[in-house]
Design a protein around this ligand. Structure first.
Ligand code: CTP
Length: 406
């Protein structure tokens, strides 16, 4: 498995997930799971059992996965048939079965292949994750427990079930894992199986705009949302890197180390520490160039003032302070206008390995937006990445990083 190409996004993504869906009431969470996968740029292919179709029509899964849904019926009716469907399904990188009923788990454990889903499981050679769901008594039955142990013993990741009210009205263990927990397992499976150039490398990413204190409640800041930095950190994680994200905003659900900071000074300290043994530093953060010379410990009162002067001083240059042999540094240059000339000068002046240029005045991209349009300046090339999802832009930046790594 290698890193995603510049296209990213689903469909067309080169991270393929096969989602096996069986007939359990928790199937509504599977719809949410497939939606989440598509949102994160995975190409999801859904395979359902006949029982699953009684709960949710294939149309629902086709809509959320933006692709065809495979099942026994379609396998027999469409051209190619059964074996072509199995082949198509096993091309995926990761397989997840959610919800996984006691019946399907038993078949998987025994190697029974009497429907497309279980046949695909037998033919599949990548990582498999199952999210069991059933009535508590069925779950606790020694037969089910033995099947789960057998599957786990073969390397299948069996997600824990939750306790609570079950569809049958009884209380107990048997609730399916939440879609976010299943998504996390899918991401982890990709990270573990990754084998590209970033695999095992230590990557530090900074994100967001720094806040420089004026007084106890006010600060000088900027409009950076931190989305580009988050996308870069997520993408590096999926490529198997050991990621640290130094961010000025709350980062939810990140599967890697995050270090919260506020000011340029704090960011510099965190970057210094985390890059000590790192291979790559990606400075996506919008670091304030100036900060108030003196921050008031209390709150500046309005009083009778008509004006308020703030004297600003330069902040530390985080990127420059982190420079050391063996650390590949990536700078960002957000310019007001199509100033690629300024970006080129900046790259030379800062002595960085790569520089990512974007025009913050261009419509629909840049600060706060979900999309970006960038030009990556490498040692010998300028790679233009037309307007697209920030996740796909992150993939293009990391492609360039991989190429530049010694
Ligand atoms: N940067 C930094 N420390 C600072 C200011 C910026 O590490 N104190 C980093 C940014 O994270 C970015 C790169 O330097 O990766 C370029 O930032 P930018 O503000 O565009 O560059 P400046 O050198 O500040 O140039 P100018 O403000 O004149 O455009």
């Amino acid at each position: 498995m290698t890193g995603a190409g510049a296209q990213g996004g689903a469909p067309g993504s080169d991270r393929r997930v096969l989602v096996g869906v069986t007939g359990g009431i928790a199937i509504y969470k599977a719809v949410e799971l497939v939606r989440g996968l598509a949102r994160e740029g995975f190409a999801a292919t859904v395979v359902t059992t006949a029982a699953a179709r009684r709960f949710v029509t294939p149309l629902t899964f086709a809509a959320v996965s933006r692709g065809p849904v495979l099942d026994d019926e379609s396998a027999w009716q469409s051209t190619g048939g059964w074996f072509e469907h199995i082949d198509a399904a096993r091309e995926a990188d990761v397989m997840v079965v959610a919800p996984a009923t006691a019946n399907t788990l038993a078949k998987m454990a025994a190697g029974i292949a009497d429907n497309l889903l279980t046949a695909v499981y037998l033919a599949f050679r990548g990582p498999v994750i199952v999210a069991p769901t059933m009535n508590w008594a069925m779950y606790e039955h020694p037969a089910t427990q033995e099947n789960l142990r057998r599957l786990a013993g073969r390397g299948v990741e069996v997600l824990p079930t939750g306790r609570g009210e079950l569809a049958c009205g009884e209380e107990g263990l048997g609730r399916m894992a939440e879609p976010e927990a299943i998504l996390a397992a899918v991401r982890r499976a990709f990270a573990v199986a990754a084998e590209g150039p970033l695999c095992g490398r230590r990557v530090v990413v900074t994100a967001g705009g720094t806040r420089e204190r004026i007084d106890a409640v006010r600060y000088v800041g900027n409009r950076s949302s931190g989305k580009m930095g988050r996308a870069l950190a997520d993408e590096a994680y999926l490529r198997g890197a050991e990621v640290t994200l130094v961010a000025t905003h709350a980062v939810e659900g990140a599967p890697y180390t995050t270090v919260p900071v506020e000011s340029a000074e704090e960011m510099a300290a965190a970057v210094r520490e985390s890059t000590a043994a790192a291979d790559v530093l990606v400075m996506a953060a919008a670091v304030a160039d100036f900060r108030p010379r003196e921050a008031e410990p209390g709150k500046i009162e309005r009083g009778q003032r008509e004006t308020l002067g703030l004297e600003l001083e330069r902040t530390v240059d985080v990127l420059a302070a982190a420079a050391r042999p063996g650390l590949l540094r990536v700078a960002f240059a957000a310019e007001a206008g199509p100033r690629i000339d300024r970006a080129r000068e900046k790259k030379a002046a800062k002595g960085v390995d790569l520089l990512v240029f974007n025009d913050v005045l261009a419509e629909g991209v840049g600060i706060g937006a979900d999309e970006n349009e960038i030009t990556i300046l490498t040692g010998d090339r300028e790679i233009h990445v037309s307007r697209r999802d920030k996740r796909a832009c992150a993939a293009a930046v990391l492609d360039a990083v991989e190429e530049a790594l010694p």
